[in-house]
Write a protein that binds this ligand. Structure first.
Ligand code: CA
Ligand code: CA
Length: 227
C-alpha cells in the first residue's frame, strides 16, 4: 500500500524536475520528507513486532511452566496407590475421596484420592506449587537465586496454583464417571460386578496463573487414567 502511494507521489517531481533546477531542489526536499515518513512507519512496525515477540515469548514460557507444573503432580501421584493403603475408601467417612482423618500436611498424602479437590499454591489448601518430590517450588529471581522472605525462608513460586480433581471411572468406558462410593455387587447393564476400590481413577490437574495485573488464567489442564 505504501509502495503504491510513494510511486504516485514521486511521479510529478520527476516530470517537473526538467523545467528548472530551482524547483528540483524543493522536490528533493519533499522526497526526503516522504522517505522519512516511510522510514518512520518502518521503524514503528519494527517496534510493534518487537513487543509482539516479547508478548508471545512470555506466553510460550508461561505455557511451558504450566505444562511443567501439571507434569510434577503427575510424577508426584505416580507411586501412590489409588486409595488409602490402610483404610481404603474409608467407611467412617462415607467412602469419600480425600485425605483421611489425621492426614493434614503434604507429607501425609499417601493415596491418589487424597489429592481430590486440593489446590496447591497461594489461596489454596496447601502451600505450592509442588514438585514431583512433594516439595514447594520456590520463586527464582532473574539472577537465578532463590527468593527469600524477611525471615530468610524461600518464597513459593509466585502466582501459580495446581488444582487436582480425582474421579472414579468405569473400566469398560472411562468416559463414564461414577460416584465416589459406587460399586456393583451383581451384573448391571451387562457390566460385571466390581468392588468399591477396584475402579480406575481419572486424575485432572488444572494449572492457573494469576498475573500481577489482570484476571487469573487457566494455562494447562492435563488428565490421565490410573488403571
Ligand atoms: Ca490417605
Ligand atoms: Ca484418601
Amino acid at each position: 500500500m505504501h509502495h503504491a502511494r510513494t510511486t504516485q507521489l514521486r511521479t510529478p517531481p520527476r516530470r517537473l524536475a526538467c523545467s528548472g533546477a530551482r524547483r528540483s531542489g524543493a522536490f528533493t526536499l519533499l522526497e526526503a520528507a516522504l522517505a522519512m515518513v516511510i522510514l518512520g512507519v518502518g521503524v514503528l512496525a519494527m517496534v510493534d513486532a518487537q513487543s509482539a515477540f516479547i508478548q508471545s515469548n512470555l506466553w510460550s514460557s508461561h505455557a511451558a511452566t504450566a505444562t511443567f507444573l501439571a507434569g510434577e503432580i503427575r510424577e508426584f501421584a505416580r507411586p501412590l496407590a489409588r486409595h488409602d493403603p490402610v483404610r481404603g475408601l474409608d467407611p467412617n467417612a462415607d467412602y469419600a475421596f480425600g485425605m483421611e482423618a489425621g492426614e493434614v500436611t503434604l507429607d501425609d498424602i499417601d493415596d491418589i484420592d487424597d489429592l481430590d479437590g486440593l489446590v496447591f499454591g497461594e489461596g489454596g489448601d496447601m502451600a505450592g506449587p509442588i514438585s514431583a518430590l512433594g516439595e514447594v517450588i520456590p520463586e527464582i529471581a532473574i539472577d537465578g537465586s532463590i527468593v527469600l522472605d524477611s525471615e530468610g525462608k524461600p518464597v513459593p513460586m509466585v502466582g501459580w496454583t495446581q488444582e487436582v480433581v480425582v474421579e472414579k471411572v468405569e473400566p469398560y468406558d472411562t468416559s463414564i464417571t461414577r460416584a465416589d462410593d459406587y460399586w456393583r455387587e451383581t451384573e448391571q447393564d451387562g457390566l460385571p460386578p466390581l468392588g468399591r476400590e477396584s475402579f480406575p481413577l481419572r486424575v485432572t490437574v488444572i494449572v492457573r496463573y494469576s498475573p500481577a495485573i489482570g484476571p487469573t488464567l487457566e494455562l494447562a489442564r492435563v488428565s490421565w487414567i490410573v488403571p
